[in-house]
Design a protein around this ligand. Structure first.
Ligand SMILES: Cc1cc2nc3c(=O)[nH]c(=O)nc-3n(C[C@H](O)[C@H](O)[C@H](O)COP(=O)(O)OP(=O)(O)OC[C@H]3O[C@@H](n4cnc5c(N)ncnc54)[C@H](O)[C@@H]3O)c2cc1C
Length: 295
C-alpha cells in the first residue's frame, strides 16, 4: 500500500532492507519498508500513507545516533534524497536540504569562506538529524547559526519555522517531541579566510581522532548531566572495557559503546542498563540516553 500511495511521485520503495549497514553501530534488523524520498510532495504523501496504515514511520539520517532492534523496524524507514541533498551558498547564508551531510556542508562553507560550523565539522550527521537534536561540539551548537528550518509534520503539512521559535537546549529541541521532519535549513555564517577555517577544521578533526574509538559506535551514549561529564562518571565506576556479548564500553572513552564484533542491539541495551545502574548506585545520578533507542 505504500507503493500505491507513492505511485507517480519521486520516491523509491523497497521492502525488507537490513538497517545494520545504515547505522554507525552496524547493528539493526530489516525495515519492513525502506523508502528514499526525493521531494517534499513525496515525503508528505509517505507520512500520510504511513499514518493511514497505522505503521510506525522513522526518518533515517546517517544512522549515527540510533540503536535499531535486532528484529528490525516493523514500519516505514525513509531517507531524504533528491532535492533534499542540495546546498546553495548565498553569502553569508547557506541553504541546505535535510539529507545533506554536516561534514560536506562544513566543507562547502569553508570553501566559500563562511565560518560558524567548523566546530561541528566532525559530527557524522545529516543536517536534519543534527537540527533535531541541536548537535554540538567544542562549544558550538547548530542552533547558534540556524535562521529558519523547513519542516513537514506527521500529517504531511509543510511549513518554514524561525529557528528562534523552536525551543531547544543541550542535545534537545522540541522537534524531538513533535516528531516533525526537518527537510532543510538556512544557516547564517560569518565571512572568514578559507585558510583559517580549514586550519580550525583540521584541529577539530585531530582532536576527535584522539578522543573517539575507531570501531563502529554511535558517539556519546548518555547526555552529560548538568555541570558534569557522563564519561567521567562512567570511568570512575571502572566501566571502561566492560563487555556484554559483542558490545564493549570503549577503553578510549567510557561514554561510548563500540561494536567489537557481532554485537547485537540486545548486547548494547544490556550494557547501557549496566552503565545506568552503576552511575545511579555510585553517584545517585540518573543518566539519560543521548542515542535514540528504538523498540
Ligand atoms: C563517532 C560519532 C561522533 C559523534 N559526535 C557527536 C558530537 O560531537 N556532537 C553531537 O551532537 N553528536 C555527535 N554524535 C551523534 C550523532 O552524530 C548526532 O546526534 C547526529 O545529529 C545524528 O544525526 P543522524 O543524521 O545520524 O540521525 P540518525 O542517527 O539517522 O537519527 C537519529 C534520530 O534523528 C531522527 N532524524 C534523522 N533525520 C531526521 C530528519 N531529517 N528530521 C527529523 N528527524 C530526523 C531519527 O528519526 C532519529 O530519531 C556522534 C556520533 C558518532 C557516531
Amino acid at each position: 500500500m505504500i507503493e500505491r500511495a507513492l505511485s507517480g511521485l519521486r520516491a523509491v520503495v523497497r521492502e525488507n532492507i537490513p538497517l545494520s549497514g545504515r547505522t554507525t553501530l552496524r547493528i539493526g534488523g530489516p525495515a519492513r519498508y525502506f523508502v528514499e524520498v526525493h521531494d517534499a510532495e513525496a515525503l508528505a504523501a509517505l507520512l500520510r500513507a504511513g499514518r493511514a496504515a497505522g505503521l510506525p514511520v522513522l526518518a533515517l539520517g546517517k544512522g549515527s545516533n540510533l540503536l535499531v532492534p535486532d528484529a528490525g523496524f516493523p514500519g516505514v524507514v525513509f531517507t531524504l534524497g533528491g532535492d533534499f541533498l542540495a546546498t546553495v551558498v548565498e553569502p553569508p547564508e547557506v541553504v541546505a536540504g535535510g539529507g545533506v551531510s554536516l561534514m560536506s556542508l562544513a566543507a562547502r562553507a569553508q570553501r566559500a569562506g563562511l565560518s560558524g560550523i567548523e566546530n561541528l565539522s566532525g559530527i557524522p550527521s545529516s543536517l536534519g538529524g543534527a537540527v533535531r537534536i541541536n548537535a554540538g561540539s567544542y562549544g558550538s551548537e547548530l542552533f547558534d547559526v540556524l535562521v529558519t528550518v523547513d519542516l513537514v509534520s506527521g500529517a504531511g503539512e509543510r511549513r518554514t519555522a524561525e529557528a528562534s521559535g523552536i525551543a531547544h537546549g543541550y542535545r534537545w529541541t522540541s522537534l524531538c517531541d513533535t516528531g516533525d521532519i526537518v527537510t532543510g535549513a538556512r544557516l547564517r555564517l560569518a565571512p572568514k579566510a578559507p585558510a583559517e577555517i580549514a586550519a580550525r577544521m583540521a584541529d577539530v578533526a585531530a582532536r576527535r581522532r584522539n578522543a573517539l574509538p575507531k570501531q563502529p559506535n554511535a558517539g556519546s551514549i548518555f547526555k552529560n548531566p548538568p555541570g558534569l561529564f557522563a564519561g567521567k562518571l562512567l570511568e570512575e565506576c571502572g566501566l571502561k572495557g566492560r563487555r556484554i556479548g559483542g558490545a564493549e564500553i570503549s577503553p578510549v572513552h567510557a561514554n561510548v559503546i563500540v561494536n567489537a564484533g557481532r554485537a547485537t542491539a540486545a548486547d548494547v541495551a544490556a550494557l547501557m542498563e549496566a552503565m545506568k545502574c552503576a552511575v545511579k548506585e555510585r553517584f545517585g545520578i540518573e543518566l539519560e540516553p543521548e542515542i535514540r533507542v528504538l523498540g
